[in-house]
Design a binder for this molecule. Structure first.
Ligand code: IMP
Length: 187
């Protein structure tokens, strides 16, 4: 993989938690597992990889290139409401799918399962649209913050209770383009 742009490492005060090479290796493993499972399912042309905006975009873009199946991609936008410290658990769809998912094999792709409220809401909502199957792939899971039990079918990494950025994850919309996953070092 090409060296990351130097500004990413020089200016930003992040401690690297998961490096870009480790991410690439894990994404390839996830893609291979997904390919094998959906082939066994006989999913044919009916796989829809569904990204949750905006955090999953970079992960999804890499992941689909390791899924050796015909597939469609779509995206759903969500907003979570709550104060700065406590998640209210209220989730709203801000941008809906462009096509129905009835009879499709849907793989929901998320950047991180934190409290679990967002994916819990999305899985319930998408389930009402009668997909042939519905599975969840998340790059990260922070089990220490869990408030909703969520089954993650394909998980990249379990991480400690730290606020992470990079590889799609942001703080105030910034740092999504860091090629690694890092956290702010608070002494
Ligand atoms: P949940 O509903 O609490 O599971 O949170 C889901 C959303 O919160 C994720 O899709 C992220 O957008 C955001 N989020 C949670 N933890 C982090 C983090 O450590 N860094 C960046 N975004 C996060």
């Amino acid at each position: 993989m090409a060296a990351p742009p130097s500004w990413n490492r020089e200016k930003d005060p992040f401690v690297e938690l998961i490096g870009s090479d480790a991410i690439t290796r894990r994404v390839a493993e996830l893609g291979a597992a997904i390919t094998a499972d959906y082939k066994a399912l006989g999913a044919g042309e009916d796989v829809v990889v569904l990204g949750v905006l905006k955090g999953s975009v970079i992960f999804l873009a890499d992941l689909v290139r390791y899924i050796e199946l015909p597939l469609a991609m779509d995206f759903i936008g969500v907003a979570s409401y709550g104060d700065a410290t406590v998640s209210s658990g209220v989730v709203q769809i801000t941008q809906d799918l462009t096509k129905p998912i009835e009879h499709k094999h849907v793989l929901l792709v998320e950047d991180i399962v934190d409290t679990g409220h967002t994916v819990h809401y999305l899985l319930e909502n998408l389930g009402t649209r009668k997909p042939a199957s519905l599975k969840l792939c998340s790059l990260l899971h922070k089990p220490d913050r869990s408030e909703r039990a969520v089954h993650i079918d394909y998980l990249g990494f379990t991480i400690p209770n730290k606020f992470v950025v990079g590889y799609g994850l942001d703080v105030a919309q910034r740092y999504r383009n860091l090629p690694y996953i890092g956290y702010v070092n608070q002494p």
